[in-house]
Each structure stands twice: as structure tokens, then as C-alpha cells.
Design a protein around this ligand. Sequence first.
Ligand SMILES: NC(=O)c1ccc[n+]([C@@H]2O[C@H](COP(=O)([O-])OP(=O)(O)OC[C@H]3O[C@@H](n4cnc5c(N)ncnc54)[C@H](OP(=O)(O)O)[C@@H]3O)[C@@H](O)[C@H]2O)c1
Length: 309
Amino acid sequence: MRAFVLPAARSTPVFAEVAAVPPADDEVTVRVEASSVNAFDLAVLDGRLRSLEHRYPVILGRDFAGVVTAAGAGVRRFAAGDRVFGMTARPYVGDGAFCEQLTVPAAAPDEATWMAALPDPIGMQDGGALATAAVAAVRAVTAMRPRPGWAALVVGASGGVGSYAVQLLARAGARVTAVTRTERGAAHLRDLGVHDVLTEAPAGRDLRYDVVLHLGGEVRRAAGCVVPGGRLVSLLHAGPADAGRPDVDVRSVLGRPDLGVLNDLAQDVAAGRLAVPRTDTFAFADLPAALRAVRAGTPGKVSVRMGKP
Ligand SMILES: NC(=O)c1ccc[n+]([C@@H]2O[C@H](COP(=O)([O-])OP(=O)(O)OC[C@H]3O[C@@H](n4cnc5c(N)ncnc54)[C@H](OP(=O)(O)O)[C@@H]3O)[C@@H](O)[C@H]2O)c1
């Protein structure tokens, strides 16, 4: 099958023919119909995740949506023909989603099962732009514990995670302000319903927020925007010592998925309560252009239409 791979450390990604892996007893194989680009993919390409085991050739990509084509003998939850979405779930960097046939664990609804049914109303392109960014947004917003009427600031809001987070915060009743450095990002956020969009995190003491979500830029700058006794949540591994605000509750969270979160997200999208913030779609053969588009600051989710490159 065709896959988009990193052949070796410090190499350039290429399309290559790799062997499709038949499912083990606890796995399913999915014909990948859609994917999207995440910050994670750029981090792998840039060699910023070398502390994790890499199995070369590394098939890049994390998010997927598609149709189950084969299920191992121990799999009860899925069968051939099921529409599914999720993110690759290996404890190493390697068997990613930028390929035609993806084999993933699926036997039981435990923490290794990062795949859920994709309800019929959700198109494949939306399904492929959902898991990684939306789950991270759910985890972050849950940790923020916003209350109705609270002032919430999202720094680095125009990207995939931010585009979901501003919607979740608004649904929780928070008054949302978003920070993006570009006019394109600002227009995108206004399209998502955010009225207050700033071009940089406010530095003065007059503008203070009850909760701040840190998705980009200097954490100290973001922490400077929190009211004393307020909360800052970072997806960039920033902790209390980095934030320099002993009077603020600083939490670093991870975008760990579970089946319940994936199912809730699918229900929200299917019911129109959550918009998938897709801004551009590229063919599989144009993946290098999709990656360049994300690097160039395309806001929201950049989607990839899979199939023969
Ligand atoms: N720990 C986890 O489990 C986890 C999970 C998912 C994501 N993440 C991390 O969360 C971050 C957001 O993810 P994403 O998918 O939304 O990424 P993304 O689509 O690349 O968006 C990144 C955002 O950060 C802003 N930004 C980048 N550099 C900045 C800087 N120097 N100063 C201010 N803003 C800056 C960009 O805003 P502009 O509009 O200003 O360009 C953009 O809105 C990424 O760093 C990603 O690695 C972590």
C-alpha cells in the first residue's frame, strides 16, 4: 500500500510502498478515507520527539476516519463495513495514519482503544479532523473548569485545538477572548463565533481573566493575564515553575483520549453542537503541500482526502 513515510532519522518524508499489516486477534484494519495534519506530525518531522521510540520507516499521521475492512477474532466492538474515526494508538512513533490501510488495536474499550464509531451524519473529512485536536481541547477545557460568566482567554486560539476549545468554552457559558497573531486567524475565530479577538496576549494588569488556556507563545505572558487565584491550563507542558505565578493554579494537561470522550465528540458534531473547524482540504498526493500550509499558519484544521495518491 502507499504511505507517506519518514525513511530514517533526519530524512525527508516521501511516498513509499509498504506492506499492509493484517490485524492480530485484538486489532482491526481500517481503509483510511480521511486524515488531517496535527502539530504532532510537524514535531515528528522536525525531530522534536526523538525521546520517543521511532520505528522506521515511520508512517506519519495521527488522525483517521475510514471503514473497517477486517477485524481480528477477538474484536467484538467493530466489524467489516463499520465507519470509524480516531487516532493511532501505538506506544511508539511509526504506524501512523497517512496510509491506505491502517491496523489498530480495537478489542476492548480500554485506554488503548482510541477509535470510535463515526455516526452517519458526519462526513469522512470531518471525522478525520476530529480526534487529536478535539480530545486535547476537551481535556484542556475540563481542567479549566469554566463557570458561566467567567472571562476565559485562549492564547494560540486559531489552531486545531484552539478552534475546538473556544467553542467548548462558549458552550460552558464563559465569555471567550481569543489571541491569534494573524488577520487570517482572527477572521477564522470570528467565523467560529468569537467576538473578542486580540493580536497578542494583553500585558497590562487591567485586563485579567479567570481562566487562561495556553496553546502557543510564552507561558509567562499568558500567566500574566490570569486574575490572582485564577487558573492557567497549558497543553505545552508548562508547569507552575515556568509560569512564575505562585498565586495562580497552573496545570499541564495531556490530550489523552478515551472511548467516552470520542463518543461524546461524535454525538456533539452529529447534533450540530460542535463545528469541525476545517479550513482547507488536500489530496493524499498533496500531503507535502498540506504540511506546508499548516507551517505557514493556515488556521483551523487542514484536512487530507486519502485514497490512491
Ligand atoms: N500535550 C498534548 O497532549 C497535546 C495535544 C494536542 C496538542 N498539543 C499542543 O498544543 C498546541 C496547539 O495544538 P494545535 O494542534 O492547535 O496546533 P496548531 O494548529 O499548530 O496551532 C498552534 C497555535 O499556536 C499559535 N502560536 C504558535 N506559535 C506561537 C507563538 N510563538 N506565539 C503565540 N502564538 C503562537 C498559533 O497562533 P497564530 O494564529 O498566532 O499563528 C496557532 O494558533 C501545539 O503546540 C501542540 O503540540 C499538545
